[in-house]
Design a binder for this molecule. Structure first.
Ligand code: RAT
Ligand code: ZN
Length: 437
């Protein structure tokens, strides 16, 4: 046993000087290393009906709905009046039967179906529906997490969502693989309505955010932090987000969010660049994007060196300057290729750029999955890109005169897939470690 272990040890320490062997090792490590998925819209089983899985949910994902309207005569009005199964039929017929599923979101469905040996050329959804109907949530969840090699999932938790609140208020433990992220959108992007809701809940807040608003909003957050034990607070922000600014959001960030972040040692995640409801008729599929001003991020980081920021930006044009900002501020951790950026060509470009400017000190990807089986394709597809990008980087290093070992590759990948995040949010459990024997 000991000898076997020593042999394994020395194999891991051997310098990889052959580029084919090197690429093979990188692929192997990238595929095997468990990932902590730092931003999703998935929920622990305890959240009941909020758990989405199966073919009808996969096909009515808003990424696909938007694409369907480009190739179908059906109007948004008619589409939204249909039940989910009928909507799924239309998406399948339009994007998978009458057209070839060439886009990233459609290929994703193919990858997910193939993982369960389901026919992606099927003329209808009969077989897929039968298969998913036969799955129990618990075992299907285990299977998906294993297939995607995801060890932990961070949810998106909105303390103003009635359905979600019911589960939190019921108390009780939730599945340990799931972690909370306290979503701040309603507090920071819709204060006029949110302040009225808070007043109805007994908080003495004002529409203009004056008076006792700051103390009361902090009291509200303290309560939800105690309840959810989130790993971080998060907000999505428009492309015209500025900091400093003279608006209510500025005041709420300065006087509520940042002090709460310091007091509870909770990082603040900013997802910047979304333009909500560019086409309102498309509903959840109708959001767009715009280029944001990196100076807002720089100001936050320079003014708050004791706060840790996780930042992702939606516009491709913002990616280089986000890397440069991260070089200036060690309290800034760039993460993920968000939403419209989650396509192999762009993920590849961004990951190369980040690696070249930041080494392994970033988080390459999050899934943003809303439907369980999306974990399989989102992680499968992005692992392909990561392995490619890393393989090229190690080969260049080899040519420059520095060979790497399997241990080096394992350390780098573990850092990017889980370590950077766990350290940032203080998640104690060490991720991805195999038991000793
Ligand atoms: O990627 C998405 O599914 C978007 O609709 C949004 O949910 C976005 O990721 C967000 O968290 O606001
Ligand atoms: Zn999201």
């Amino acid at each position: 046993m000991l000898k076997e272990k020593n042999d394994q040890q020395s194999a891991s320490d051997t310098r990889l000087t052959d580029s084919t062997e090197l690429r093979q090792h990188v692929l192997d490590v990238v595929n095997k290393t468990p990932v902590v998925d730092i931003h999703t819209h998935l929920y622990a089983p305890e959240f009941g009906a909020m758990n989405l899985f199966g073919i009808d949910e996969l096909l009515t994902y808003h990424y696909l709905v938007a694409e369907m309207f480009r190739s179908s005569e059906v109007t948004p009005e008619v589409f939204w009046s249909m039940d989910k199964a009928k909507q799924a039929d239309i998406v399948w017929e339009t994007l998978f039967v009458r057209n070839t599923p060439l886009s990233e979101a459609t290929r994703g469905v193919v990858t997910a179906l193939a993982a369960f040996n389901l026919d992606a050329n099927a003329p209808n959804l009969k077989e897929a529906r039968e298969f998913f109907r036969g799955q129990s949530l618990e075992s299907h969840l285990d299977r998906n997490m294993t297939l995607a090699s995801v060890s932990d999932v961070v949810m998106t938790n909105d303390p103003f969502d009635d359905e979600e609140v019911k589960t939190w208020e019921a108390g009780g433990d939730i599945d340990k693989r799931f972690h909370a992220a306290l979503r701040m959108d309603r507090l920071l992007n819709d204060w006029a309505n949110t302040s009225a809701i808070l007043r109805a809940q007994g908080y003495a807040v004002e529409t203009d955010a004056r008076g006792r608003t700051v103390d009361e909003a902090r009291r509200f957050l303290d309560k939800w932090i105690a309840r959810m034990k989130p790993l971080y607070m998060a907000v999505s922000l428009p492309d015209d987000f500025m900091f400093p600014d003279g608006d209510v959001r500025d005041r709420m960030i300065r006087e509520v969010v940042l002090p709460v972040s310091r007091e509870h040692r909770l990082p603040f995640a900013l997802m910047i660049g979304v333009r909500r409801k560019v086409n309102p008729a498309l509903r959840v599929a109708g959001d767009g994007l715009g280029r944001a001003d990196i100076r807002a991020v720089e100001h936050l980081c320079v003014e708050n060196p004791d706060v840790r920021f996780l930042v992702t930006m939606l516009s491709r044009e913002n990616q280089h300057e986000l890397c440069v900002a991260a070089r200036k501020f060690s309290n800034l951790l760039p993460f993920g290729c968000w939403w419209f950026l989650n396509n192999p060509s762009i993920v590849s470009e961004i990951t190369r750029e980040r690696l070249e400017l930041l080494g392994p000190s970033f988080i390459p990807q999050h899934s943003d999955a809303r439907v369980l089986e999306q974990l399989i394709y989102k992680w499968g597809h992005s692992r392909e890109v990561s392995a490619d990008v890393l393989g090229v980087a190690y080969e260049k290093l080899l040519r420059a005169g520095r060979a790497v070992t399997r241990n080096d590759i394992e350390r780098d990948v573990a850092r990017m897939f889980s370590g950077n995040f766990c350290e940032w949010v203080g998640l104690e459990r060490i991720k991805g470690e195999q038991p000793l024997d």
